[in-house]
Design a protein. Structure first.
Length: 301
C-alpha cells in the first residue's frame, strides 16, 4: 500500500490525538459529604439566582420550565450538546444529588459520577446561596414541576471529545463560604457579578478565570460572541468608559438595563441579554461595583 504525504499527516494527527486523549484525565474524585443545606433557606432568593444564571442554559421558553436546551455555542463540527432537565421529572439527574454532591458540582465542576462539567462553575458561591438554590429546585414552583420533556441527546464526535480538555479543568473545593455583606454595595456587587455570571458574557472570550473573575481577559469590557438563531451578537463593554462603555449611564439607566433589558434610549437590548428578576438593591450594587473598575476603551460593534 502506498501512503502519500497527506495520508501520512492524517495518520500522524489521528495518532497524536489518540495519545492526547489517553493522557487526559476524564474521571475525578467526588465528594458526597461535608455540606448540608439550610432547610429554612430563602426560596425566592434561590429562584432569583437560578433564573438569573442557570436559566440561560436550562430554561426552555416553549415548555416554560427548566427542561434543558441545546447549547448553541458548541461548534457543529464537534457535535451537539444539551443541558440537563432540572425539573422533578424522573429523567432529571438533579433528583439523584444530595446536598454535598450538588455543592461539590457547583464549586468544582465535578458531577456525582466523576465527570467534569465545565459550564456551571461557581467556586465562590456562599453556603447560603447554594442552600437557596437547592430550596428552589426542590420547591413546588411551576418551572421545576415534573416535566418529562427531553431537549435532546448530547453527542460529541471525536473532534468534540478532543476539545473538551481545552474547556477547563476542575477547580479546588472551598468549604464553608460566608455570604457577602449585603449592605456593602461594592462587595455585594462584586459577588453578584461573579455568581450570577455577568462577566461570562461581558468579557473578551470564553476562557474564564472562575476562581478570580477579575483576572479574566477583557473583564467586563465586552467582545464575547454569541450564536443566536438568526444572528451573532457580542457582549457589550460595561465598564465606565464614556465613549465605548456605559460611562454615561445613571443608576436608573443601569436598573432599566438589568431589570427590564432596556437600553439608555429605551430600546430593547439584544438577546441573550434579558430582564433579570433582581431587586433594585441588587442592580444598584452591581452598578456600584462596576463604577470601581477601570474604564476600558473597547468599541464593541
Amino acid at each position: 500500500m502506498i501512503v502519500n504525504k497527506y495520508s501520512s499527516h492524517l495518520l500522524n494527527a489521528i495518532f497524536s490525538a489518540a495519545l492526547f486523549m489517553v493522557g487526559c484525565k476524564t474521571h475525578f474524585e467526588t465528594q458526597s459529604t461535608g455540606f448540608t443545606a439550610n432547610k429554612e433557606a430563602n426560596v425566592e432568593r434561590g429562584k432569583m439566582l437560578v433564573m438569573s444564571s442557570c436559566a440561560g442554559c436550562h430554561y426552555d421558553p416553549s415548555t416554560k420550565a427548566l427542561t434543558g436546551m441545546q447549547y448553541m455555542e458548541t461548534p457543529k463540527i464537534a457535535g451537539k450538546m444539551f443541558s440537563a432537565n432540572l425539573t422533578h421529572s424522573k429523567i432529571s439527574p438533579f433528583g439523584k444529588y444530595n446536598d454535598a454532591e450538588f455543592a461539590y458540582l457547583l464549586r468544582t465542576g465535578i458531577a456525582r459520577d466523576g465527570h467534569f462539567i465545565p459550564y456551571m462553575l461557581r467556586p465562590n458561591m456562599s453556603d447560603e446561596d447554594i442552600s437557596a438554590i437547592l430550596a428552589f429546585l426542590r420547591s413546588d414552583d411551576p418551572v421545576v414541576q415534573a416535566n418529562d420533556h427531553v431537549a435532546g441527546k448530547t453527542h460529541l464526535n471525536l473532534i468534540g471529545k478532543m476539545g473538551k480538555p481545552f474547556l477547563g479543568k476542575p477547580l479546588p473545593y472551598q468549604a464553608h463560604i460566608a455570604s457577602p455583606d449585603k449592605n456593602d454595595a461594592v462587595a455585594y456587587g462584586r459577588y453578584l457579578v461573579d455568581n450570577i455570571g455577568c462577566y461570562h458574557c461581558h468579557s473578551a472570550g470564553r476562557k474564564l478565570d472562575e476562581m478570580h473573575p477579575g483576572k479574566t481577559k477583557g473583564y467586563m469590557a465586552g467582545g464575547r460572541k454569541f450564536k443566536m438563531p438568526n444572528q451573532t451578537v457580542k457582549g457589550a463593554n460595561i465598564t465606565m468608559d464614556k465613549a465605548t462603555g456605559i460611562g454615561n449611564f445613571s443608576k436608573e439607566d443601569f436598573r432599566n438595563a438589568v431589570l427590564h433589558a432596556k437600553d439608555k434610549d429605551g430600546s430593547k437590548l439584544a438577546p441573550p441579554m434579558e430582564a433579570f428578576p433582581m431587586t433594585d438593591k441588587e442592580a444598584d450594587a452591581i452598578f456600584a461595583y462596576i463604577q470601581t473598575l477601570p474604564a476600558k476603551k473597547h468599541d464593541v460593534k
